[in-house]
Ligand binder design. Structure first.
Ligand code: GDP
Ligand code: MG
Length: 397
């Protein structure tokens, strides 16, 4: 079912045309949860098309070398005591967040695998290509009250590419990130190090460095309603002894959270944090999130597994809870809105979708820098693939 709000078709917006001179109001998409409360739409069971790794220098490798293996401590008893502050800041190599990678790593994977994509000829031309993290932001939008987002969209050879743009507010926040928040981010990665081994059946080695350049990314295929999706997401680890060893169902997402005591604290956790955890793991079909609960001193003393498909149960009877169908219906409505707004096939043209809490999603149109995000190497390699019209129609041939 199409939720209300998706039917308004975007008028074709002309570049550099002042909105006032358009015959109709500029198109926008509302985000209120009540508008998206229909039945859960179709979401194809995600399948893994491939993977890639980024090394400690952030260099791309078309293999699973950065994949780690879930290796929890033998018991969840009183012995558990992970010091998440250990190694901070001396054994911390944070990724350079000034480097804007856009979709580049995913595009490299796509370029190298475009001839082997399943789904038949033309599948890619009908697909949306993006990062999992961008889709997560779309899913939680109807409930988000703090942070807005901007998504740049370009159509190229039919495919719709979506790449996030850091908002000025997000950039300001990142540059002014308080020291305690920096340490908290480290602690999340440190938890992964306590829980993962480099080899199946191996043991974690918390003596090493935490280098957040390193990433293992799974590339997945799915479909939301009538929109085929190709997206990639960073995966924390795989469980070598999972019931299924087949990706993505063998993957495990690791999270940390403050220790919770009162029923009120649990309620708030279910309403806010579990929504984000659900959205992130639902998209790639990762069935389990393992949480480490840290005490005020930064030690994890208990673990709890949250099956992704059971997270909603914690808010099902909560008037202030969230609904998976609202999230997924909104995402489908956004894809419909974007597909009908971005009509012109041009890798240098960008429709910038902007959203701030409390308002609708709005659109502006831009050409080239700074918003165009499909790199020349990608556009040229993909264009070289096509039969050249000058050759095929030349009278000399
Ligand atoms: P997530 O779901 O938000 O963790 O993001 P994805 O799994 O979709 O990750 C997509 C790519 O963005 C991967 O290469 C990640 O390493 C990278 N990435 C994830 N989070 C961040 C971030 O906060 N900052 C930057 N610069 N890159 C990130
Ligand atoms: Mg994680």
């Amino acid at each position: 079912m199409e939720p209300r709000g998706t039917k308004r078709r975007a008028e074709k917006t002309e570049v550099a045309e002042p909105p006032n001179s358009l015959p109709h109001a500029a198109p926008s998409l509302p985000t209120k949860p009540a508008l998206y409360s229909g039945p859960f739409p179709f979401y194809r069971r995600p399948s893994e098309l491939g993977c890639f790794s980024l090394d400690s220098q952030r260099q791309y490798h078309g293999d699973a070398r950065a994949l780690r293996y879930y290796s929890p401590p033998p018991t969840n008893g009183p012995g558990l005591n992970f010091d998440l502050r250990d190694g901070y800041p001396d054994r911390y190599h944070p990724r350079d967040e000034e480097v804007r990678e856009g979709l580049d790593h995913l595009l490299r994977w796509l370029l190298e695998h475009r001839d082997q994509l399943e789904g038949g000829p033309g599948w890619l031309a009908g697909a949306v290509v993006t990062w999992r993290g961008h889709l997560t932001k779309l899913l939680i939008t109807p409930y988000e009250q703090q942070e807005g987002w901007q998504l740049a969209a370009s159509r190229f050879q039919g495919t719709l590419y979506l790449s996030e743009v850091e908002t000025p507010a997000a950039r300001a926040q990142r540059l002014a990130r308080p020291p305690l928040l920096r340490q908290l981010m480290y602690m999340g990665y440190k938890f992964e190090q306590y829980m993962c081994a480099d080899k199946p059946g191996g043991s974690p080695d918390p003596s090493g460095e935490v280098n957040t350049n390193v990433a293992f990314c799974s590339v997945l295929r799915s479909r939301l309603g009538s929109y085929p999706l190709l997206f990639s997401g960073e995966v924390d680890c795989m469980a070598p002894r999972a019931a299924s060893t087949q990706p993505p169902t063998c993957y495990v997402e690791l999270k940390t959270s403050k220790e919770l005591h009162s029923p009120g604290q649990w309620r708030a956790f279910y309403r806010h944090k579990l929504l984000k955890w659900w959205a992130q793991s639902f998209l790639p079909g990762i069935p389990h999130v393992v949480a480490g609960f840290r005490n005020p001193e930064g030690f994890v003393r208990s673990l709890r597994t949250f099956p992704t498909m059971e997270m909603f149960e914690h808010v099902r009877n909560d008037r202030h809870g969230w609904s998976p169908s609202v999230c997924v219906n909104f995402c489908a409505a956004f894809l419909s809105f974007a597909q009908s707004t971005v009509v012109q096939d041009d890798p240098r043209l960008v429709h910038l979708f902007s959203w701030e809490p409390g308002g609708p999603v709005t659109v502006s149109v831009h050409r080239d820098a700074p918003y165009a995000f499909l790199p020349t190497w990608y556009v040229e390699a993909m264009t070289a693939d096509l039969p050249s019209p000058s050759k095929t129609t030349s009278p000399k041939d």
